[in-house]
Design a protein around this ligand. Structure first.
Ligand code: GDP
Ligand code: ZN
Length: 315
C-alpha cells in the first residue's frame, strides 16, 4: 500500500492512503536514506510504501520504502551535536505572509526566506496581508514591494485575512497542492487559515522557545486535509526555514535576478562585490536590480549566520 505521512510521534507514523484510509505505521529494522543524515528517517509529507500486519485484532503498517522527495526542509539542533531533523517533505508551495507594519516585515527577512526556499526548491508566493488597515502611503509601499518581487518572478497578492479580500485567490492557488504558511508572528497566519477553513484549528502558537531548543527528535509538523482538495502542513512555532549550508559562490544562484546576469560578468567566479565589469553591479546602477535585494545579498554573503539563525525561529 502507498500513503502519505500526516503525523509522526518519532516511532509511529500516521499514514493516509489516497482512498482516505488511515493507518498507524512503524519502521522495522534499519532504514537509512542515501545522502541525508537526520535524526528522523521519515518526515511528515513523505510518500511511503507499507504492508499491513494484524496482531491481536489490531492492524498496523510496516513501512518498507520511501518515495524520492521533491524537496524537504530541515532544522539543525541548536546544541553542539548539530544534528539535522527533517521537518517536512514534498511541499508544493509556501505562502510567505508579509505585513508592512504591525508587525513590520523587513526586506532582509523576505530575501533570506526566499534564498532558503530557492535552495530547498520550494515555490514561494508572497501574500501582503492587512491591506484593509493601510493608509495610502503604506499601500504604496505594498505596491512597490509587489513590483520588486513580481519582476523577479514571484507571485504577489495583496490580501486581507480579516475582510477576506482575495482569500478566494489564495484558495484557488492551493487547489490540489500541499501548502505551508510562513511569516512573522502576528502577520495573520491563523486568521487566514481560519478564513480558508473555519473548522481547522491550527496549533500555531503552542510551541514555546524552550521546546524549540530542547530535544531535536521532536517533530512539530502535521499535515491536514482541507475541504476543497488542498493540503496544508502546519509547523507550529516555525516561521522560517532554518539555515541551509551554502557556499558563498552559490548564494547568488538563489537570487533569480543575479543568477540571470552572472554569465555576463567578466569573471566566472564573480561575487558581484568589488570585481570589475560586473553585470550585476551594472544592473544595480541602472536600477534594473532593486537596491534592497542587493543589500540583502551582501548581508548574506558577508555571513551573519548566527544572527540569521536566531532571526528565523519564532520567539
Ligand atoms: P499569526 O501570529 O500570524 O497567526 O497572526 P494572527 O492570525 O494571530 O493575527 C494577529 C493579529 O492580526 C490579530 O489581532 C488579527 O486579528 C490581526 N489580523 C490578521 N489578519 C488581519 C487583516 O487582514 N487585517 C487586519 N486589520 N488585522 C488582521
Ligand atoms: Zn558580477
Amino acid at each position: 500500500m502507498t500513503g502519505r505521512v500526516y503525523k509522526s510521534t518519532g516511532s509511529w507514523y500516521t499514514i493516509k492512503t489516497q482512498l482516505g484510509e488511515t493507518y498507524e505505521c512503524r519502521i522495522k529494522g534499519k532504514f537509512r536514506i542515501k545522502g541525508i543524515k537526520s535524526t528522523n528517517p521519515i518526515a511528515v509529507g513523505d510518500i511511503v510504501d507499507f504492508n499491513l500486519e494484524t496482531d491481536n485484532n489490531e492492524t498496523t503498517g510496516i513501512i518498507h520504502n520511501i518515495h524520492d522527495r521533491t524537496n524537504y526542509i530541515v532544522r539543525k539542533s541548536v546544541n553542539l551535536s548539530k544534528q539535522t531533523h527533517i521537518i517536512s517533505a514534498n511541499i508544493d508551495q509556501v505562502f510567505l505572509m508579509i505585513t508592512i507594519d504591525n508587525p513590520p516585515t523587513l526586506t532582509s527577512f523576505i530575501d533570506r526566506f526566499l534564498v532558503t526556499a530557492e535552495a530547498y526548491s520550494i515555490k514561494t508566493i508572497l501574500l501582503f496581508n492587512k491591506i484593509d488597515s493601510y493608509d495610502d502611503e503604506t499601500l504604496n509601499e505594498v505596491r512597490y514591494l509587489a513590483h520588486v518581487y513580481r519582476k523577479i518572478g514571484y507571485e504577489c497578492i495583496g490580501i486581507s485575512a480579516k475582510t477576506k479580500k482575495n482569500v478566494d485567490k489564495v484558495k484557488s492557488l492551493m487547489h490540489g497542492k500541499v501548502s505551508m504558511f510562513s511569516g512573522h508572528s502576528g502577520v495573520g497566519k491563523s486568521t487566514l487559515v481560519n478564513a480558508i477553513e473555519p473548522s481547522l484549528n491550527l496549533k500555531t502558537k503552542e510551541i514555546s522557545t524552550q521546546h524549540m531548543q530542547g530535544q531535536h527528535t521532536t517533530t512539530f509538523a502535521e499535515m491536514f486535509d482541507l475541504s476543497f482538495n488542498a493540503k496544508i502542513i502546519d509547523t507550529p512555532g516555525i516561521k522560517g526555514f532554518g539555515v541551509v549550508d551554502m557556499e558563498k559562490e552559490e548564494i547568488g544562484d538563489y537570487f533569480p535576478e543575479i543568477f540571470e546576469l552572472k554569465q555576463d560578468c567578466k569573471f566566472n567566479n564573480c561575487l558581484h562585490v568589488k570585481e570589475p565589469k560586473c553585470a550585476v553591479k551594472d544592473a544595480l546602477d541602472k536600477d534594473d536590480i532593486a537596491f534592497s535585494r542587493y543589500r540583502s545579498y551582501l548581508q548574506i554573503i558577508e555571513g551573519e549566520d548566527e544572527h540569521y539563525r536566531t532571526d528565523i525561529w519564532d520567539k
